[in-house]
Write a protein that binds this ligand. Structure first.
Ligand code: AMP
Ligand code: GLY
Length: 423
């Protein structure tokens, strides 16, 4: 059978690579894909944009695609899954309505409140005077969030009252995030460590995966601006264990059930962004898709056939997943300047890995340099991720940094402290 993956980043490279391992899969098409994905055995990029719903449906029909998986959130929120289903195609992802758990903070928060899913207490405001009065009444620390999508930048964790009030002025009066800040959510500040916990979901069928920890800040020591994620590792031994059973029972299952009860059943990957607090796991956010870069360290650990898993979940079966005991670490190489402005087109070479069995380059913002044999050029903010599987996290970390540190990366940077929480 043929599988179609929508998207072209590092997460989609990992998905395509994993689908291609399946003995049942003859070819993985990826739209729009990338040069890096094209180099992957059994994978072929097709230059159709992820917002070209008609083009994607025509491709799936022409190529007799048996299963489609959507990587990024934008096409989900735009209703790509609805259009595929209407065309009679099999697709694993949420409808436009169900994808609102990621597309609208308010929608997700209201469901969590109604179904008592643990999350930070919050209030929404459209009036600056009321918002400021609330901050003064509740006190700090407090979190101010632009309600709409602000590319992950519309969140201020304020330690002082003046910081919170300034954030409100910037969002609501100066319109720093445009209309996204016309309405704000003011939240309780949760203390603890963050953990990404994802599950394959179809209606009330919930199959949780192993967890990963992402590193959202750009620089070492978790400083600098928020990014899409600078690296990840799995397992997360100091947070796994009893918390996971609790989070499955209080977060993932009740959310899937709540979506059914609300008449917007969820199908696809339900991503719980959790804060593990002293009082247990609480939700920071839900996403409606695989995490990036979490996918690049979780899928290498999955021994089960990904096509089998998805088909069985779509049949309502709570299949038990098979995982390797090995650990996996992934470190992102990003363009200097990311997540702010950065240059594109900087040439680089891909160094050989030390362990060809267990080390993988996942491409994100890269293109082949047509003028240079084996040459590449940067083409985005997050450019590459090197993932390493090894018997322990320590060996996986050493293996990753051995490759990265031996090479000079002109115009690129990476965090040297991935998994620092372990020490
Ligand atoms: P979000 O865009 O909602 O995922 O928030 C971005 C980042 O801000 C999260 O990954 C957390 O590090 C931080 N954050 C968001 N909400 C809270 C909260 N209620 N308490 C503490 N930190 C938060
Ligand atoms: N790594 C965080 C996310 O995918 O949203």
């Amino acid at each position: 059978m043929k599988v179609l993956v929508i998207g072209g980043g590092g997460r989609e490279h990992a998905l395509a690579w994993k689908f291609a391992q399946s003995e049942r899969v003859t070819e993985v098409l990826v739209a729009p894909g990338s040069d890096g994905i094209d180099d992957e055995q059994g994978c072929r990029s097709v230059a159709i944009r992820e917002d070209d719903h008609e083009g994607l449906i025509a491709l799936a029909k022409k190529e007799n695609v048996a299963l489609t998986m959507v990587g990024p959130e934008a096409p989900l929120v735009a209703g790509l899954v609805d259009d595929f289903l209407a065309a009679g195609l099999t697709v694993f992802g949420p409808s436009k309505a169900a994808a609102e758990i990621e597309g609208s903070k308010q929608f997700a928060k209201d469901i969590m409140k109604k179904y008592e899913i643990p999350t930070a207490t919050y209030e929404s405001f459209t009036n600056l005077v009321d918002a400021k009065a609330y901050v003064k009444r509740v006190g700090v620390p407090i979190v101010v969030k632009a309600d709409g999508l602000a590319a992950g930048k519309g969140v201020v964790v304020a330690e002082s009252e003046s910081e919170a009030l300034t954030a409100l002025d910037e969002m609501m009066t100066a319109k720093k995030f445009g209309d996204a800040g016309a309405s704000v959510v003011i939240e309780e500040c949760l203390r603890g460590e963050e953990l990404s916990y994802m599950a394959f979901v179809h209606g009330k069928t919930v199959v949780p995966m192993v967890t990963a920890q992402d590193h959202k800040r750009a620089f070492e020591g978790d400083t600098g601006p928020n990014t899409g994620g600078m690296g990840a590792y799995s397992p997360v031994p100091h947070l796994d264990g009893d918390w996971l059973k609790e989070a499955e029972a209080t977060v993932l299952r009740p959310m899937a059930e709540a979506m059914v009860a609300e008449g917007v059943p969820f199908t696809g990957i339900l991503y719980g962004g959790l804060m593990i607090t002293e009082k247990g796991p609480k939700v920071i956010e839900f996403n409606a898709r695989f995490g990036d870069p979490e996918t690049q360290v979780i899928l290498p650990r999955l021994k089960s056939d990904l096509v089998d898993v998805i088909e069985r979940v779509l049949d309502g079966e709570e299949v038990s997943l098979s995982w390797t005991d090995q650990a996996c670490v992934g470190v992102v190489l990003a363009s200097e300047g990311y997540p702010g402005s950065y240059e594109k087109g900087i040439p680089f070479q891909l160094p050989d890995v030390n362990d060809t069995e267990n080390q993988l380059w996942f491409h994100a913002g890269s293109v082949k340099d047509k003028n240079e044999v084996d040459g590449w050029k940067t083409n985005g903010g997050r450019v590459l991720l090197l993932s390493t599987m090894a018997p322990s996290l320590k060996v996986a970390l050493d293996g990753t940094y051995d490759v990265l540190n031996q090479h000079s990366w002109n115009g690129l940077f990476y965090r040297k402290d991935i998994a620092h929480q372990l020490k």
